[in-house]
Write a protein that binds this ligand. Structure first.
Ligand code: IPE
Ligand code: MG
Length: 242
């Protein structure tokens, strides 16, 4: 999600109003995704770098997050949506962490859609965390360094709780500065939009899904050998073909 601040500036309003409108877009897009049969939706709600914004803006974003988790609880549960998170959620204040953990637990058995919130998320931070976990296992003698492959790495990323490993699709962003799911995004289809997040509505989601549906996916192979049987498992060797 990006562009809340620019949206507000264009309207001559404070950034906070942009974030509030952005929260409305989250509701719209989650609802539309569920209706359209999207299996998993990951929203980059707050980056590890966002903590360095002015304290009043960070506080307002935390308040909005708390409000979202409390107000949407019923709809998320009623719609069989499972909430998961990626990121350094231990850094969140307790008044956000508590309703978040409550909803993660309450929705754990839901199956219709996964809603993943990236909170205090940073791509490099997540890679660092995964490497540290793997290194600990190697140091403890529980893992042979030679057995480390793409699958082992993916299994140690927070995102392994979203769905079985594969590219998150489509992968949307307003501008081409990405620090989002950098490992998982290998072979993902990217879609860039000029729409500021507070203006992002069901029709924009539909346009992105439509664009995605038209793409020819080869996963580094040629057109001839990309039928279902030849299609590589994510994290498998064919990804090395480039
Ligand atoms: C996205 O909008 C919301 C968060 C990062 C939480 P921005 O706040 O990044 O808006 P711009 O980039 O200033 O327009
Ligand atoms: Mg931004």
């Amino acid at each position: 999600m990006d562009g809340n601040g620019r949206w507000a500036r264009l309207q001559g309003l404070p950034r906070e109003v942009g974030h509030e409108r952005g929260a409305d877009s989250v509701r719209t897009v989650v609802r539309a995704s569920r209706e359209l049969g999207v299996e998993a939706l990951t929203l980059f709600a707050f980056s590890a770098q966002n903590w360095d914004r002015p304290p009043h803006e960070v506080y307002h974003l935390m308040e909005l997050l708390r409000r979202y988790l409390i107000e949407e609880r019923g709809e998320i549960l009623d719609n069989d949506i499972r909430l998961v998170t990626v990121g350094e959620t231990h850094r969140l204040p307790a008044y956000v962490r508590e309703p978040m953990l409550d909803l993660v637990a309450a929705s754990a058995d839901n199956r219709a859609m996964v809603l993943c919130l990236a909170l205090s998320y940073g791509g490099r931070e997540m890679i660092t965390d995964a490497v540290r976990k793997i290194a600990r296992q190697v140091a403890a003698g529980a893992l042979d360094p030679e057995s480390i492959d793409g699958k082992v790495i993916e299994a140690h990323l927070d995102s392994s709780r979203i769905l079985p490993p594969r590219p998150p699709d489509p992968h949307q962003r307003r501008a081409p500065d990405l620090d989002f799911l950098p490992v998982e995004a290998a072979y993902a289809e990217l879609f860039f939009t000029e729409t500021l997040w507070p203006d992002f509505a069901r029709e924009h989601l539909l346009a992105a899904l439509d664009d995605f549906a038209r793409r020819e996916r080869r996963f580094g192979l040629t057109l001839n050998n990309t039928d279902e049987t030849a299609r590589p498992e994510q994290g498998g060797d064919p990804a090395e073909e480039g």
